[in-house]
Structure formats: C-alpha cells, structure tokens
Design a protein around this ligand. Structure first.
Ligand code: ATP
Ligand code: MG
Ligand code: MG
Length: 371
C-alpha cells in the first residue's frame, strides 16, 4: 500500500526536525522501504537535508528489534569514527529520533517510520560503472567489519531467523523435495542431485560454529554496491548504509554474497548459462579491497575461508531458488514461468565454476592475506 499524503505529514510532524520544510519528495531507488528526501530551511544556517523512511513491515516484522540493532551499531560506529579522527556525520548513518525520543515513530495506521541525517556530497550507484566502484564497496564493507570487530555481536537481534544457516536451508530443501507439492521434483532431478551431492557445503560453517572455531561478527547481509555511499569528489566508499539486515553472522558470508552477485559475469536470471561464470578479475579486486578494509581484524581461519564463503552463499542462494520453485514460487517474486529455476541454474553454474577455479581463488586470497 502506497504512502498517503496524510501519513507522510503525520510522520514528518513527529520527528525532531528544525526549520521550515521547503521540499519533500520520494528519493533513491531502494526496493524495500519507502524513502523520502526532506529539505528544511533554517534561519542563518541554510538548507538541511534529511532522509525519512517508512519501513517495510512485510520484510521486517520486528521493526523495533531492527531499530535496536541499528541504533546499537551506529552509536558504536560514531564513537569509533570520532576516535579515529573521521567525520561521524558522513561515515555512518545517524538516526534522528522521534519527538518522544524513540528511534522510530509508529503512525496512526500502524506503520513504522525512521529518519536519518542525509549524507552529503556522496552518491550510490545501482550498477557498477567501473571496477573501482566495486573495489571501493569492498573496502567499505571490509572497513565496516574492522570498525565493528569489537562490537558484542551476540547482543544483536537475529531479525531474520536462521538467515544464513545453510545447514538449516539444506534441511528445508530436502523437505520441499519430499513434499513436492507442485509435482515439479521429477522435472528438476538434475538440479536436486546437484544439491544432494554437495551437502558438505551446507554443513561446513555450521559444524565449525558448533565447534566454536569461528567468531560471530556483525554482518550487513545486503552488501551490494548501492548500499555504499561513494564520495562525489574522491570516489572512495565513505559509508555503509541500509542497515536493516544487520545481524550476528559470519564475515565470510558478507564477503561471499558480494562475490556471488558482484563477480558474476551475467545476470542472476540469465538463461544462456554459457555466459555465467565467476570472474577471477572481479574476485581478486573485491578480495583485495575487502581485506584492505578489514585491516587485519579477521582471524587467519576467516581469511582462509573466504572462497568457501563465496561458494557457500552461491550454493545457498541456488538452493533457495530451487526450494521456492518446488514450493510454487511463494517467496521470490517471479516475472516468467520457471523464473526461479532459471535463477537456481545460474547459481549452480557459478558454484561449478568456483569448484573449477578453487585453486586460483585460494591463491588470490593468500596473495592479499598479509596486508
Ligand atoms: P534496498 O532495495 O537496497 O534494500 P532500501 O529500500 O532498504 O534499499 P535504502 O538503501 O536504505 O533503502 O535507501 C535507498 C536509497 O536512499 C539509498 O540507496 C541511497 O541512495 C539513499 N539514502 C539512504 N539513506 C541515505 C542517507 N542517510 N543519506 C543520503 N542518501 C541516503
Ligand atoms: Mg538499499
Ligand atoms: Mg534495504
């Protein structure tokens, strides 16, 4: 349901803003929340921009927990950035509280709203225009890991339960095959076999977590290019935004998901699989940037497992597409018949490609692991 004028006015009236509102319009190209840009005119100070968002209640059924995670992480980041002599207004999101002091406002229809200071002189990009941008996003997400390496990740809410519990996703997949509610299993025998033959990918990180071999980290979980603000002058990644999916997780999974979509040579739903591969040039670029950003804060085990993170995230994603196909396309929106199956096939093609390039991927990680 679209945001109404009355709803927006009600929300605007309930945040701690100064000055006179002179502009108010939809903003950006986000797909999850409804984002607005507001401009206030303040006497003798000039114009101040802010971001106002209606949170997506379908995607995030626990908005209070989401906002607790965001305020926890951003106030921690702010302190760190000040300590490091950075600019806390530009290098992290800053939550503008509601009039009652809460980090959100619940309007009379029950929708949740939140507001952020606008990050000035920086932009987001929906598509990679040049490889440097992909590199800069890697540095920014690595830096996010570095700044939050001493944050108590276990205190964050798991706002999407078992989000990257790949072992659990494997179990759900097997159940979907057994139930076969759409009668589609027989037609995708090959893809099902692909998953079943690779159960060890699904178990790898879970078993290491069981053995307490991996540190729990603050993960972003939506590490795409347009969730990083790049400075307009220098092109550097200055701030990671869109913190809705911040949760306790594994550093390799944030890295891995970026590789899954960022280093692929084709779209996620490409039907010509000969076009689909994992580019080693892009893998190297992202690895270099991410490790630079991490600044020595990852353990050697985490670094060593970065290729595994890429393979795991790609395998998990393909398995989820296949699960959804078997269950009648209930989760991922489809735009054509068999869309989820096409998506599943690109992911499995990428997994196969990574299996073939495994030695190279590990050599690349080694090359950048000491600096
Ligand atoms: P997604 O589809 O990536 O999940 P979303 O709907 O969750 O997006 P955001 O990524 O939070 O929305 O915001 C949408 C866009 O608004 C961003 O890509 C960015 O261009 C802009 N934006 C968000 N927050 C700020 C900010 N604090 N300062 C400047 N621009 C911002
Ligand atoms: Mg976004
Ligand atoms: Mg988002």
């Amino acid at each position: 349901n679209p945001v109404t004028r009355e709803q927006r006015d009600e929300a605007i009236a309930h945040f701690k803003y100064e000055g006179t509102l002179v502009k108010d319009c939809p903003y950006g190209s986000g797909h999850i929340n409804d984002t607005f840009l507001l401009i206030f005119e303040i006497a003798e100070m000039g114009r101040i921009k802010v971001i106002l968002q209606r949170m997506n209640s379908a995607a995030f059924p626990k908005p209070v927990e989401v906002m607790e995670n965001i305020t926890g992480v951003t106030s921690f980041l702010k302190k760190k950035i000040i300590e490091n002599g950075g600019d806390p207004e530009r290098e992290t999101l800053n939550v503008i509280p509601a009039v009652d002091g809460k980090p959100y406002y619940i309007d009379s229809t029950g929708d949740y709203w939140r507001s952020y200071k606008f990050i000035t002189d920086a932009s987001t990009y929906d598509l990679v225009e040049k490889p440097e941008q992909f590199y800069e996003s890697a540095v920014a997400f690595g830096n996010f890991q570095s700044l939050l390496s001493d944050y108590p990740a276990e205190t964050l809410h798991e706002t999407i339960e078992k989000f990257h519990d790949t072992r659990n996703r494997f179990a759900l997949f097997k159940k979907a095959v057994e139930e076969d509610v759409m009668g589609r299993a027989a037609s995708v025998e090959k893809e099902i076999r692909f998953v079943l033959e690779r159960e060890e990918i699904a178990n790898c990180f879970a078993e290491m977590l069981d053995r307490h071999e991996l540190p729990l980290r603050v993960t972003h979980n939506d590490t795409k290019l347009n969730n990083v603000m790049l400075d307009d002058k220098t092109g550097k990644g200055i701030c990671v935004i869109d913190l809705d999916t911040v949760m306790p997780g594994l550093a390799m999974n944030d890295f891995g998901d970026s590789i899954r979509f960022g280093a692929s040579t084709a779209l996620e739903d490409e039907t010509d699989l000969t076009k689909v591969s994992c580019s080693m040039e892009l893998f190297e670029l992202y690895t270099k940037g991410f490790l630079k950003g991490c600044d020595g804060k990852l353990t050697s085990k985490e670094i060593e497992l970065m290729p595994m993170g890429a393979k795991t995230m790609t395998f998990e994603c393909g398995m989820r597409f296949l699960t959804d196909y078997l269950q009648g396309d209930k989760y991922f929106r489809i735009h054509r018949e068999g869309h989820n199956l096409d998506r599943c096939r690109t992911q499995f093609k990428l997994v196969e490609d990574m299996e073939q390039k495994w030695y190279t991927m590990n050599e690349i990680v080694k090359k950048y692991s000491n600096n």
